[in-house]
Ligand binder design. Structure first.
Ligand code: AMP
Ligand code: ZN
Length: 482
């Protein structure tokens, strides 16, 4: 049974779903005004591992994600300029062009990190009518009011305006409004905007007609509206980075539960930050690292994925080039060890099941990916056949998604080429990394050189019987399994 820390109760709990065996999962998606930095991607990597763990352990999952292409202001509270408009001005492009460009860039980064695309991906601008309908419903139930041109959620109408308060000061600071004039339309300090028609930034590019005038939705309403549409009224699991907890998730809970009239989501999963030595990595600071930059510097994006898996999602993770270089060393050694395993078909099912159980136990322990990575080394050390080890690693890799076997195969071929280059005598053998076969190919060459064609043919037949085909090429031979 999956034990998962729940930010809403601040406890590790058994994961339960509304419908047994089925998970309705929602993830706050990116604000597409800039490239995602590797901090954002830490959150998406860990959420991907969570989704895959649930599928791996037998759940059927419906995962929904929004794309924020309108309404997210430069502060997570209701102040500041629209982030999308800021991006468009910076690059002298239209808001829609900016959204398309950075949405594509986001999914291309995800692909490089083996992050699966959610079942439903919905840009906020595609569902404005649903948000308007929800705001109307909140007004009708007296949970929202119109003042000074905007519609606000009235937090005083709730018995408990839920605040996630288990995270540290640094994370909470995003919700605190400093040096910003107070919005005098608000009845209560925590009230938040559901629909804007008046903001200090009159040049808002995207606007829609609404019962309250031409304007645009607040940021929080999009996640509620999108989740209600695609996940239904009972959400099992809501994910995001820890900075989303307050005020964003707090406000999502307030408006959704008021709208549907019952508890909405039981389980909240928050990934802690990737920090640099200078503090939290953030897009607005302008100094951030992207997947493309890692690639430019010669790093395999999957090394970054492994770097994230090596530590727990509920702890801050410090990024430094030195730490990433250490991960490169670990990754290469791991691939090297897997490359030394000999493929075969003698899989020991009992050992396979035992090793799988170890891996599942690590993941079901509040997604302990560091422990799951240790299980990989336990496989390599296990007293069993190489075929069993390879089968287990292929199975683990559904969740880890590090391309372990494909990379090991590439490494084997690289080793074979390196070995072949050493064969000498001007005769180069390129094979699949099996020294015994290389030796037979070499014997055949020697036989041919000595004009002992019968012996050369005999060796060719012997190799054929083992399922090996030899192709004579200029300056040597190539062999492959057929
Ligand atoms: P945004 O595109 O800014 O809306 O953020 C996308 C996701 O990344 C959200 O779930 C954020 O909570 C998360 N996030 C932002 N900064 C970091 C960070 N430094 N480390 C981990 N996750 C982050
Ligand atoms: Zn959200």
């Amino acid at each position: 049974m999956m034990q998962l820390y729940n930010s809403a109760t601040r406890k590790k709990e058994e994961f339960k779903t509304h419908t047994p065996g089925h998970v309705e999962m929602y993830t706050c998606g990116p604000t597409v005004y800039h490239f995602a930095h590797i901090g954002n991607l830490r959150s998406y990597i860990m959420e991907d591992v969570l989704e895959k763990t649930l599928r791996y352990t037998g759940y059927d999952v419906n995962r929904v994600m929004n794309i924020t292409d309108v309404g997210h202001l430069t502060s997570d509270a209701d102040e500041g300029e629209d982030k999308m408009l800021k991006g468009a001005k910076r690059e002298n492009k239209s808001v829609m062009d900016i959204a398309k460009f950075y949405t594509d860039a986001f999914f291309s980064d995800c692909e490089k990190l083996n992050i699966k695309t959610p079942d439903v991906v919905q840009p906020a601008t595609g569902l404005i009518d649903d948000f308007i309908h929800m705001v109307e419903g909140l007004i009708a139930k007296d949970f929202a009011y119109f003042a000074g041109g905007n519609v606000y959620f009235d937090t005083s109408k709730l018995d408990r305006y839920y605040v996630f308060n288990d995270h540290n000061e640094e994370d909470l600071a995003v919700g605190v409004r400093e040096g910003v004039e107070e919005d005098t339309n608000k009845r209560n300090k925590n009230d938040f905007v559901l629909w804007f028609t008046k903001s200090k930034f009159e040049d808002q590019a995207l606007k829609w007609d609404s019962p309250w005038g031409v304007g645009y939705p607040g940021w929080h309403i999009e996640c509620s509206g999108i989740s209600l549409k695609y996940n239904g009224e009972y959400l099992d699991l809501h994910c995001g980075g820890i900075d989303n907890a307050f005020p964003h998730h707090t406000n999502e809970i307030a408006q959704t539960e008021s709208f549907v009239g019952h508890e909405w989501c039981k389980q909240w999963f928050h990934v802690h930050h990737l920090n640099t030595t200078g503090g939290k990595m953030s897009k607005s600071k302008g100094e951030f690292l992207t997947v493309s930059l890692l690639e430019e510097k010669g790093y395999d994006p999957l090394v970054y994925r492994m770097f994230c898996l090596q530590s727990h999602y509920r702890k801050g993770l410090v990024f430094s080039w030195e730490n990433l270089d250490n991960a490169v060393g670990t990754f290469n050694k791991l691939i090297g060890r897997i490359a030394n395993l000999k493929p075969g078909d003698d899989v020991d099912q009992a050992v396979f099941d035992e090793l799988k159980a170890k891996f599942v136990a690590a993941l079901e322990n509040d997604l302990n990916t560091a422990q799951a990575m240790t299980a990989v080394y336990d496989v390599l050390k296990a007293k069993t056949t190489d075929a069993t080890k390879l089968a287990v690693l292929a199975d683990y890799d559904y969740v880890l998604s590090l391309d372990l076997l494909a990379k090991a195969e590439a490494k084997r071929q690289e080793n074979a080429k390196a070995a072949a280059a050493k064969t000498g005598g001007g005769y180069t053998i390129v094979g699949e990394g099996d020294p015994a076969i290389d030796a037979l190919v070499m014997q055949r060459y020697e036989a041919k050189k000595a004009k002992n064609f019968a012996e050369a043919d005999r060796i060719r037949d012997e190799l054929k019987a083992q399922g090996i085909e030899i192709i004579d090429v200029a300056g040597g031979a190539q062999w492959k399994k057929i």
